[in-house]
Ligand binder design. Structure first.
Ligand SMILES: [Zn+2]
Length: 112
């Protein structure tokens, strides 16, 4: 990799540039945690958007926090995005299941 400050080529696992003593960014050489953005958008569209919104907000934070060098924050947002996606998905299932139950009861009631 190359030093972000002076452009000097330095070893991939160097924590500091030997040329200008700038510590290399912790983000260099690491990949961003999964953002779950696609998952968050899908549950927001298909299920219930009030619960999908936090999933999208956290998903959007993953890459921006990672880009600013906040690796732990990015990992935390990634976890929360995944969690909210599942909450929205579960709530969507309950709503759809409840609606189906009401329709079934209505169909049964109208037969009598
Ligand atoms: Zn340097």
């Amino acid at each position: 990799m190359f030093c972000q400050k002076c452009g000097q080529e330095i070893s991939d696992n160097a924590v500091m540039c030997p040329n200008c003593q700038t510590s290399s960014s912790p983000a260099v050489g690491k990949t961003a945690p999964k953002s779950y953005l696609a998952q968050a958008i899908i549950v927001t569209i298909l299920c219930c958007w009030p619960l999908g919104i936090p999933a999208i907000v956290y998903a959007a934070q993953v890459n921006s926090k990672f880009a600013s060098g906040d690796i732990e924050g990015a990992a935390e947002s990634s976890k929360k995005a995944n969690m909210w996606s599942w909450i929205a998905f579960a709530a969507g299932l309950i709503v759809v299941g409840g609606y189906a139950a009401i329709m079934a009861l209505g169909a049964i009631a109208s037969q009598n």
